[in-house]
Write a new protein. Sequence first.
Length: 251
Amino acid sequence: MSTKLANSNQPMISINKVSKFFGDFRALDEVSLTVDRGEVLMIVGPSGSGKSTLLRCINHLEVPDAGEIMIDGKHVTPKERELNAIRAEVGMVFQRFELFPHLTVLENICLAQQKVRKSSRSESEKIARSLLEKVGIPEQANKYPPKLSGGQQQRVAIARSLAMQPKVILFDEPTSALDPEMINEVLDVMLTLASEGMTMVVVSHEMGFARKAAHQVVFMDGGTIVEQGTPDQVFGAPQHERTKLFLSRIL
Ligand code: ADP
Ligand code: MG
């Protein structure tokens, strides 16, 4: 009982002095950050600033060399047994969708439910169909991903991550591989998730989304957090030269 109460007050994601090296190159330099339950955190920054590396450390696709990361009060550790649990709790949506081309849309959404959650076929299909309704493409269930538009594929990828009932979803430039006319159909799904209280970390330069949904914006450069605040603070009144320069290039 008391543990439950304590847990609900903890941040959903807690990152404490995380560093990551690739050889001698320091991709992350003592990054600390917390994300509360239901919070939408947006990460912006130039290419190579460490945004993807930070997301990949959060779900342990990369192992930090120093520091610690906690999800919902539990350490993200390299133990195999716990890793599967973490991956189920932390969904990830990539720039290039990463769907299995030889499986139907429905099978893509069912796969992890059956393999990780050990759900039955009928149970996982029921969930998959309801998620396809949610992302607005129920009619695509039996098609193969290469037959879908980029926007539709990304919505399938979001449905697939939702199927694991994650506590957190990480989005790594989810709209940057899309044709302009498909960006909003993906952002609209993300706005719905945000309004439903999903905890989200979003690497994206979509300012409209940031202003509508982000509670917190972080500007990264050179593997560090240079500046952090509300969207109005970071975009409207940036304090650091590096932030101003970056924003002047993307706005
Ligand atoms: P961003 O997502 O902000 O563009 P990344 O996190 O992908 O940046 O990369 C940060 C830096 O780390 C870049 O200089 C990149 O080249 C380097 N890097 C990322 N992954 C690897 C890797 N697996 N091996 C070597 N260097 C890497
Ligand atoms: Mg990246």
